[in-house]
Design a protein around this ligand. Structure first.
Ligand code: FES
Length: 264
C-alpha cells in the first residue's frame, strides 16, 4: 500500500501577540532590535534613574518593563527594543522575561485593568459569577480582552492574597473586598461613566498607566499625583483581627529552639 500523500504545508501563521516568544529566529530578533524606540524619548531620564538603582544593568529589566507599560499600556515591540537597547541585552532576553510574568501585557490595555479572583476560595463564594457579570457588563468580553469603549481590560486572576476578604477583585491592583455580583456591577458602571470608585482599602484609583509608573518605582512622581495620592491603609480589619486578639490576651509565638531555624 502506498503511503497517504502528505497534506499541503500550512501557511506561516503571524504571531497573535505584539511580543514574539523568546525563541524567535536571529533574523526576527535583529528586526526587533531595529524597531524605532522614539516613543520612549520622554522617559529616557527615568530609565537612566532606574538603572542607577542596581549594580548590574540587567537587574533593572522588571521596573523598566513597567515603565514601558506606563508609556504604551503594554509591552510593545518598540518596548522590547527599548529595554534591550538601554540594558545592552538581547531582545530575546527581554522577550523571555516579558512573556513569563502575567503583569506584563502583550496586547494594549484599556484605561483600567479589572482583575477578578477566580481561585478556589473566591470561586466558591461567587467569584465565577462576578467574573461573568463583569465581562457581560463590559460588552461580552473575556480574559485579557478590552471593552469596545476602551474603559477596561478584564482578566481572571489567581489568588490575590486576600482570601479572608473573598470574593475580591482589583482595579489597577487596588482592592475591592467582599464583593457580590451587584457591587461588582456597580464598579463596572462607575468605571464606564469615567468615575473612579474608591477601593475598599489602599490608595485612590488612578488608571493602569499611572499605576505602571508606581510599579516602575516612581512613588512620589507628580505624574501620579505625588506621594499622598498613592498612600492608603493596606490591611483590612479582618486581616488584623487575629493579631489584635493576640495582643489583647498577651499571646506570643513560642520561641524557636536553638539550631532549628531554617526548617531543620
Ligand atoms: S482565592 Fe481569591 S484572594 Fe485568595
Amino acid at each position: 500500500m502506498s503511503p497517504a500523500p502528505l497534506p499541503p504545508e500550512a501557511p506561516p501563521v503571524e504571531p497573535a501577540h505584539a511580543i514574539d516568544e523568546a525563541g524567535g529566529t536571529p533574523a526576527q530578533h535583529a528586526e526587533l532590535a531595529a524597531v524605532d524606540t522614539a516613543v520612549f524619548d520622554g522617559v529616557r531620564e527615568r530609565a537612566a534613574a532606574i538603572l542607577l538603582r542596581y549594580p548590574e544593568p540587567r537587574s533593572a529589566l522588571l521596573p523598566l518593563l513597567h515603565l514601558v507599560q506606563h508609556v504604551e499600556g503594554y509591552v510593545s515591540r518598540a518596548g522590547i527594543a527599548f529595554c534591550a537597547e538601554i540594558l545592552e541585552i538581547t531582545t530575546a532576553e527581554v522577550s523571555a522575561v516579558a512573556t513569563f510574568y502575567t503583569m506584563y501585557k502583550r496586547e494594549p490595555t484599556g484605561r483600567h485593568l479589572v482583575s477578578v479572583c477566580t481561585n478556589t476560595l473566591c470561586a466558591a463564594l461567587g467569584g465565577d459569577d462576578i467574573y461573568r457579570a463583569v465581562g457581560e457588563r463590559f460588552g461580552g468580553i473575556g480574559h485579557e480582552q478590552t471593552s469596545a469603549d476602551g474603559t477596561a481590560t478584564i482578566e481572571h486572576a489567581e489568588c490575590l492574597a486576600a482570601c479572608d476578604l473573598a470574593p475580591v477583585l482589583t482595579v489597577d491592583y487596588e482592592f475591592f473586598d467582599n464583593q457580590t455580583v451587584e457591587s461588582a456591577v456597580e464598579i463596572v458602571e462607575a468605571l464606564k461613566r469615567g468615575e473612579k470608585p474608591h477601593p475598599t482599602r489602599g490608595a485612590p484609583l488612578t488608571d493602569f498607566r499611572s499605576v505602571e509608573l508606581l510599579l516602575a518605582g516612581f512613588f512620589d512622581d507628580p505624574a501620579v499625583g505625588g506621594l499622598d495620592a498613592v498612600s492608603g491603609p493596606s490591611a483590612a480589619d479582618e486581616s488584623l483581627r487575629g493579631a489584635r486578639l493576640a495582643e489583647e490576651r498577651g499571646w506570643t509565638a513560642p520561641a524557636v529552639p536553638d539550631g532549628t531555624q531554617g526548617g531543620n
